[in-house]
Design a protein around this ligand. Structure first.
Ligand SMILES: Nc1ncnc2c1ncn2[C@@H]1O[C@H](COP(=O)(O)OP(=O)(O)OP(=O)(O)O)[C@@H](O)[C@H]1O
Ligand SMILES: [Mg+2]
Length: 385
């Protein structure tokens, strides 16, 4: 029995109502015992005066006595009054109890039904059915809880589909170089491919690509899981940009692309982990180098804006068409898939890592391009010191 009460909200509600009714009835009974006789007398005395038969003193109903129509009429009257009072009390208690039962049934339905629905839905979600949702009824706390529950379920669903997509993407990415290596090896075994240094070089390049992909994936998972410490310090943006330009200068020279900088003289220092921002900026500049034809120009600029410093990498390269622009930061996304898949092409993770790094600093990163052949600009913000 107590177990039943412990487990059912409706039973608890009913019980609490019954306790309130019992206490109320008890108070009424006690009041009728102690207050009713005096009050009855007072009223009867008042009535006697009104009727003009001069009843200066009314004895207590229990005291037996004189007055009002005879010696015994008062106690009798009181007894009748008392009996009708008790009867009324009984009916009132019965009516209150029935209302309590109905109310607790109604309330327990309206409270426990949504809770039960959520409990069932969460059980199903735990079993892996992430598309499960509950109906939102009303705007009270239960309604809000149902809305939050659905939001949580939606988020779980997204995470799950991202996980599935990631596994699919990773297997796909790994398969490409593996197939190439396997094909070359089979060609070598069958004697179709000549055992020349070029063939081995090609196999080596594919293995290298595989290696890079695995390294990138590891880095991505570390960055996305925040499994690294940011060493935030005030950093001078211009020296940070200089480090990157110095690092990449030989490659720019080799491709005859001009790499210049446009630094606002009053740019404050930023609060950042130097190595991490160099990593992000190197990726953006590397991308600009890769997607800009010979004799082009890449400019790295920095300027203060609203308590932040905005760093941008602008190139005069192949640009990004509007349909690719919204997806450019998605992992494994490449605008030109056929070209990038070949050895030497990127794996499409660089921008995803750059975004995670910038966002870990509390900044924002975005890409702009007027379209194909119009060049692109990648910009990120960092909090100023
Ligand atoms: N400056 C740019 N101009 C034109 N397209 C660009 C530019 N930067 C990036 N992209 C497009 O965005 C895609 C994703 O870039 P991202 O840096 O994430 O990957 P990646 O450079 O292909 O590979 P990696 O993981 O080695 O960096 C590129 O494949 C390219 O299609
Ligand atoms: Mg890249």
């Amino acid at each position: 029995m107590t177990d039943y009460f412990r487990r059912h909200l409706g039973a608890k509600l009913l019980f609490s109502y019954l306790v309130i009714i019992a206490v109320g009835t008890l108070v009424l009974i006690v009041a009728s015992q102690f207050i009713l006789p005096g009050s009855f007398n007072r009223h009867m005395a008042g009535m006697g005066t009104m009727m003009g038969n001069g009843m200066p003193h009314m004895p207590g109903p229990g005291a037996g006595g004189q007055g009002f129509g005879g010696a015994n009429s008062m106690p009798q009257l009181y007894r009748d009054f008392r009996a009708s009072f008790n009867e009324a009390l009984l009916y009132a208690a019965l009516a209150a109890t029935s209302v309590a039962i109905l109310l607790s049934l109604y309330l327990s339905r309206s409270v426990t039904a949504p809770v039960q629905a959520m409990s069932l839905a969460s059980q199903r979600i735990a079993d892996g059915r992430y598309e499960e949702r509950v109906q939102v009824q009303g705007q009270d706390e239960l309604g809000q809880l149902a809305t939050r529950f659905n939001q949580m379920a939606e988020k779980l669903n997204q995470v799950e589909s991202m996980r599935r997509q990631l596994i699919g993407d990773v297997s796909h990415e790994l398969r490409t170089p593996l197939t190439a290596i396997k094909g070359s090896m089979e060609g070598l075994i069958d004697g179709v491919l000549p055992a020349t240094p070029e063939t081995f070089q090609q196999i080596h390049a594919e293995a290298d690509r595989l290696n890079r992909l695995v390294d990138d994936l590891q880095e991505l998972s570390r960055v996305e899981a925040h499994a690294y410490e940011l060493e935030i310090r005030p950093v001078d943006v211009s020296s940070l940009i200089q480090t990157v330009t110095k690092q990449l200068a030989p490659q720019f020279e080799a491709k005859r692309i001009i790499l210049d900088t446009d630094l606002a003289p009053d740019a404050p220092r930023v609060l950042a982990d130097e190595d991490r921002i160099i990593q992000a900026l190197t990726n953006l500049t590397g991308n600009a180098l890769q997607h800009t034809p010979e004799d082009g120009r890449v400019t790295i600029a920095a300027k203060p804006i609203n308590g932040q410093v905005q760093v941008s990498v602008h190139d005069t390269g192949i640009g990004i068409s509007p349909e690719h622009l919204p997806h450019i930061f998605d992992r494994f996304y490449r605008a030109d898939k056929s070209r990038s898949r070949r050895a030497g092409g990127g794996s499409g993770i660089g921008l995803t890592i750059a975004r995670a790094l910038v966002e870990a600093h509390g900044g924002r990163i975005w890409a702009e391009s007027a379209g194909e052949g119009q060049g692109s600009t990648f910009t990120f913000t960092l909090p100023a010191e």
